[in-house]
Design a protein around this ligand. Structure first.
Ligand SMILES: [Zn+2]
Length: 249
């Protein structure tokens, strides 16, 4: 996942806390000396990328099946605000959308994409993943991953594909166009869940991850259009270090 919205995520105990400050860390990327293998040693603020034991993404293989609370999605349409931040294309979401898991509520802040998917399921990457980034009142992050496979045209994704910013730059508000995150979700919403981190520097831990088990589809043309902008922007899978992945029944 990516969290880069005029904010830098700092470590405060195990909890990422948001501070309004410009990122001061060095430039990072997905290839060569700026690539994921070097993130942990690029800057002291990125140390978790190399030293953390609860890093994301992961390969989801062994799971512990149990009865988990359903994720209640309360997503509303939002006026389209889209940004190419040089690492991904991100849709910043208007206030008023949230998820609830048991007693825990988190507000939806944004979603963004990675090609291919960062998460693997049984060693397999999907063509794309969308990370829906949420935050609760205590500043803790919860990310819902929706996996995309090649298939039918995805009408809910069309407003994004039609307005992909080709180069990095400021957020663009698209007049008269809205996006409905609810329609990007699969009909069945069983999930895998585990403790993890941001998948981009500073790789802060304390992030609650939920990856929906059922993928959704997008056309080859849609996936190619996104990939042409974001290129390969998936961090490799990270060691579990004893973490258990729970799977809903
Ligand atoms: Zn992400």
């Amino acid at each position: 996942m990516q969290f880069r919205n005029k904010a830098v995520v700092l470590m405060f105990g195990a909890m990422p806390v948001l501070a309004l400050a410009a990122s001061s860390g060095p430039h990072w990327g997905y290839e060569g000396h700026e690539g994921p293998a070097n993130w942990g040693t690029m800057h002291k603020d990125y140390a978790s990328c190399g030293l953390g034991h609860k890093q994301s993404p992961i390969n989801i293989t062994e799971t512990k099946k149990e009865k988990l609370p359903a994720i209640e999605f309360n997503y509303q349409p939002s006026a389209l605000k889209i940004v190419n931040n040089g690492h991904t294309v991100q849709v910043n979401y208007a206030d008023g959308s949230s998820i609830k898991i048991g007693k825990d509520s988190y507000k939806l802040l944004q979603f963004h994409v990675h090609t291919p998917s960062e998460e693997q399921v049984k060693g397999k990457n999907y063509d794309m993943v969308a990370h829906f980034v949420h935050k609760n009142d205590a500043g803790q992050l919860a990310v819902v991953g929706v996996l995309f496979e090649k298939g039918k045209d995805n009408a809910a994704l069309a407003p994004v594909v039609a307005r992909l910013p080709k180069t990095a730059g400021p957020e663009q508000a698209v007049a008269g166009v809205s996006i409905d995150a609810a329609k990007l979700l699969p009909a069945t919403r069983g999930y895998y869940t585990f403790e993890g981190s941001l998948t981009t520097p500073p790789c802060s831990e304390g992030v609650r991850w939920m990856v929906l088990k059922t993928p959704v589809q997008a056309s080859a043309a849609q996936l190619d259009a996104i990939k042409a902008i974001v290129h390969h922007n998936a961090r490799p899978v990270q060691a579990l270090h004893g973490r258990v992945v729970k799977e809903s029944l």
